[in-house]
Design a protein around this ligand. Structure first.
Ligand code: PLP
Length: 382
């Protein structure tokens, strides 16, 4: 199946008793057994629920994996990956991570003896020189949030595996989605998503996903998911499955609108730097063009007048772009990373990588582009 068919049919079956095209929402915590231990594959809903199973099969299909796992949030999915490690193990991560990921690494897992090293992942050598005997995981996000840097997944995976074939490569694919890039095909072992964002696509749920292509890894992850219990519920699973069916259509429009917004901002007299991997002057444009099918719907920028007052004036005056956390829904959102998504990153760390007070992040939705550009224009002139 091609990708645009997989989003609709990948891993899906008609419901057996009625032929329902969409799986029922199985609101049940438990399943009858005919004799102790004898059941129809479902025993207790923390372990498996048929609605969640349908979604997890879709997750596996769209990322070209063998197994998918649905969690109660993106953070719960990341938490599960870290539980694969033991005290003393080391993780190499990108230096421009989602704020919550950085918070989890530093404030939750360091105390259990995991060590994290942060490197600029757009240079492959930065990753390889950070590898030690204890390195067990490389965690990468590409494009990064909020600066839209691109890491070469294939080059990093193959170089790292040459040094130690057992080091796991995990990719947070939330920003790109499998429509734009499929990390398992590029050598990664684990793909992670905040399905809250583009996979769900309608800002109506919070969910995380993991996808893998190795049976042993799948067994370990299923064990942690079951034992720790941060599962996605049946209603959310249904909503996410419905969202995925239009992922390819939505992403196509997100990309078209994202590019149009990036070009508009780049040519605007009041705008300074624009961060969008589809612009030819983006430092990682070549890797982005090679690795991604298109460039996505996330655009960050700074105003020329880089004062906090001017930045806040813009943020308070957009009308179609709602000032809110999150991204990846059909509606356009605007975010101020310093006070919102990235508030948990210490000031010195933020400034080191360029997350300044004047940075603004847009999640460009799938509305009519004329209305979106008109909204940006009026807010820039407010
Ligand atoms: C939102 C987000 C997360 C966290 O996911 P939740 O669903 O909010 O728990 C992780 N990584 C990235 C890139 C995100 O945007």
């Amino acid at each position: 199946m091609k990708f645009n068919t997989k989003t609709i049919h990948g891993g899906q079956q008609l419901e057996e008793t009625t032929g329902a095209v969409m799986p029922p929402v199985f609101f049940t915590s438990t399943f009858a057994q005919s004799s102790p231990g004898v059941h129809k594959g479902y025993a207790y809903a923390r372990g498996t629920n048929p609605t969640r199973t349908a979604l997890e099969s879709s997750f596996a299909a769209i990322e070209n994996g063998t197994n998918g796992f649905a969690f109660s949030s993106g953070m719960a999915a990341i938490d599960c990956v870290l539980r694969l490690l033991k005290p003393g193990d080391e993780v190499i991560a990108g230096d421009d991570l989602y704020g919550g990921t950085y918070r989890m690494f530093t404030q939750l897992f360091e105390q259990y003896g995991l060590k994290f090293t942060y490197v600029d992942m757009d240079v492959v050598e930065n990753v390889t020189t950070a590898i030690t005997e204890k390195t067990k995981l490389v965690w990468l996000e590409t494009p990064t949030n909020p600066l839209m840097k691109i890491a070469d997944i294939k080059a990093i995976s193959s170089t790292v595996k040459q040094i130690h074939s057992t080091i796991l490569i995990a990719v947070d694919n939330t920003f790109a989605t499998p429509y734009l890039q499929q990390p398992l095909n590029l050598g990664a072992d684990i793909v992670m998503h905040s399905a809250t964002k583009y996979l769900g696509g309608h800002s109506d749920l919070v969910m995380g996903a993991l996808m893998v292509k190795d049976q042993n890894l799948a067994k370990e992850i299923h064990f942690i998911q079951f034992a720790a219990g941060a599962i996605a519920g049946p209603m959310d699973s249904f909503l996410a499955l419905r969202g995925i069916k239009t992922l390819h259509l939505r992403m196509q429009r997100h990309c078209e609108n994202g590019m149009a917004v990036a070009k508009f901002l780049e040519n605007h007299s009041k705008v300074g730097e624009v961060f969008y991997p589809g612009l030819e002057n983006h430092p990682n444009y070549k890797i982005a063009k090679k690795q991604m099918k298109d460039f996505g719907g996330m655009v960050s920028f700074k105003l020329k007048s880089a004062t906090k007052a001017a930045t806040f004036r813009f943020l308070e005056n957009t009308k179609l772009f709602t000032l809110a956390e999150s991204l990846g829904g059909v509606e356009s959102l605007v975010n101020h990373p310093v006070t919102m998504s990235h508030a948990s990153i210490p000031v010195q760390e933020r400034l080191k990588i360029g997350i300044t007070d004047s940075l603004i992040r847009l999640s460009v939705g799938i509305e009519d582009i004329d209305d979106l550009l008109a909204d940006l224009e009026q807010a820039l002139n407010a």
